[in-house]
Design a protein around this ligand. Structure first.
Ligand SMILES: [Zn+2]
Length: 51
């Protein structure tokens, strides 16, 4: 009856630490989550395209 620990890691774009929240749970996608928000994800993708 133990809850999984709250996972946390820094956003790959803004560096701000974010934790495993409702938006990520349900699946094992946490390992694929690199950004704290969709905004950061979109910006990182845009920055990638630029270079
Ligand atoms: Zn971010």
């Amino acid at each position: 009856m133990s809850r999984p620990p709250l996972r946390e890691k820094p956003c790959a774009f803004c560096g701000r630490p974010f934790s495993d929240r409702k938006r990520w749970n349900g699946r094992d996608q946490w390992d694929d989550v690199k950004y704290c928000s969709r905004g950061c994800r979109a910006k990182a993708a845009a920055a990638r395209r630029r270079s």
